[in-house]
Design a protein around this ligand. Structure first.
Ligand code: FCA
Length: 329
C-alpha cells in the first residue's frame, strides 16, 4: 500500500509538472518594440496594444529600442522569456535583414509597424507583414491643407518660402514630404521656393535646428509654410519661426500624427503657427497589429502582408470631433 501510495504521488507530481509545462507553453507573450518610446505617437500605440492584450488575454512586453544594439538585445530577451512573436518600429529600417534572421533563429514571428523594414538592396522585406500609413497620400493632404490656407489668407505663392523638414533615409518620411511637395506645386508654389531642411534626428530639437538654418538663409520671403514627416518636425519649425520673429499671421505649419504633441499646441491660449495636422490612427497601429500577431500565434493565420492606413485633417476647430471619429476619445 505504502509503495502504491508513493507511486501514485510520483505520478501525480509528474502530471502536475506536465500540466504546468503545457500551461507555460500556452501563455502567449508578444513584444512591442518602438524606436522612440518618448514620442507620444508610440506611447499611444503601446496604450492600444495594451488594450488588445487585456481584451484577448496575452502578455505584452514593451521595449524601447533607440539603436541597433538595443534591437538585437530586445529580441534575445524576448526569446529568453519564451515570447512567440513581436511587432517592431525599428530605429533604422536597414536593420531589416538582421531583424528577420534573428527572429527566425529564435522562432519568433515578426511584424513591422510604421516604418517598413528593407533588405540589403533597400527593398521592402515582403515576408514581414507590415502596417504603415499611406504616406504619399497623407503628405498630399498636408500640402492641400497648406495650399487651402495660403489661398484663404490671400498670399501670393511667389512670396511664400516652403520649409521641407526632411529625413530622406527613411522611405515613409520621404514619401510623406514628396506628397506634400506634389500638392503644393500643383497649387502653384514655384519649385524654387522649396527649402530643404534635413533633420539629423527625427525629434523637435533637430527639426528646430534645421528650420532655423533654412529661415536664416532665405530671408527674402514674406510668408512661410512648413511640413515634414510628423508633428514633432513641424513643431520644430514653428518654434524656429517664433524665435526669428515671424508672426503667426505669416506662418502655416501642418504636421502628421495628431497625438499629444499636436493637442498641447491646440490647447495653448493665443495663436500658434501650428495650423493643423493629419490625424492618423495609433489605435489601428497599436491594437490591430497586436491583435493580428495574437491570432497568428494562436491559430496560425498570418496577418495581411501590407496594410496602409489613412488620415484626416484636424485643426484646432474640429480636433475633438475628428478624434472621436477615429475612435480616440
Ligand atoms: C514614423 C514616425 C512617427 C509616426 C509613425 C506613423 O515612425 O517616426 O512619428 O509618424 O511613422
Amino acid at each position: 500500500m505504502k509503495r502504491i501510495g508513493k507511486f501514485s504521488a510520483g505520478i501525480g507530481l509528474l502530471l502536475a509538472l506536465f500540466a504546468g509545462g503545457v500551461r507555460a507553453a500556452e501563455e502567449i507573450k508578444i513584444g512591442f518594440l518602438v524606436k522612440q518610446a518618448e514620442e507620444p505617437w508610440f506611447q499611444d500605440e503601446w496604450r492600444f496594444a495594451d488594450q488588445a492584450a487585456r481584451e484577448k488575454g496575452f502578455k505584452l512586453v514593451k521595449i524601447g529600442v533607440p539603436n541597433g544594439d538595443k534591437v538585437l538585445m530586445a529580441i534575445d530577451n524576448l526569446a529568453a522569456q519564451h515570447a512567440q512573436g513581436f511587432i517592431i518600429c525599428s530605429p533604422d529600417v536597414k536593420l531589416g535583414t538582421a531583424i528577420y534572421s534573428e527572429a527566425k533563429q529564435n522562432r519568433l514571428k515578426v511584424m513591422s509597424v510604421d516604418d517598413r523594414l528593407v533588405d540589403g538592396a533597400n527593398k521592402p522585406i515582403a515576408a514581414i507583414p507590415h502596417m504603415g500609413i499611406s504616406a504619399f497620400k497623407i503628405g498630399e493632404q498636408v500640402g492641400l491643407a497648406i495650399a487651402g490656407e495660403i489661398k484663404k489668407r490671400g498670399w501670393r505663392m511667389e512670396e511664400v518660402g516652403a520649409i521641407r523638414l526632411s529625413y530622406d533615409q527613411l522611405p515613409t518620411a520621404k514619401e510623406r514630404t514628396d506628397g506634400a511637395v506634389a500638392a503644393l506645386k500643383a497649387a502653384g508654389l514655384p519649385g524654387g521656393n522649396l527649402i530643404n531642411a534635413p533633420q539629423a534626428k527625427t525629434d523637435t530639437e533637430n527639426a528646430f535646428n534645421a528650420a532655423n538654418i533654412a529661415i536664416t538663409q532665405n530671408q527674402k520671403y514674406k510668408h512661410w509654410v512648413a511640413f515634414g514627416m510628423n508633428d514633432e518636425a513641424v513643431l520644430g519649425a514653428v518654434r524656429a519661426s517664433e524665435g526669428r520673429g515671424i508672426g503667426v499671421g505669416n506662418f502655416i505649419g501642418v504636421g502628421i500624427g495628431g497625438s499629444k504633441a499636436a493637442m498641447n499646441e491646440f490647447a495653448k491660449t493665443g495663436t500658434t503657427g501650428f495650423f493643423g495636422t493629419i490625424l492618423i490612427s495609433p489605435k489601428r497601429h497599436g491594437y490591430e497589429t497586436a491583435a493580428n500577431m495574437y491570432e497568428w500565434i494562436k491559430t496560425g493565420k498570418s496577418p495581411e502582408a501590407l496594410i496602409l492606413t489613412s488620415g484626416k485633417l484636424m485643426t484646432r476647430g474640429n480636433a475633438s470631433e475628428v478624434r472621436k471619429e477615429m475612435g480616440l476619445q
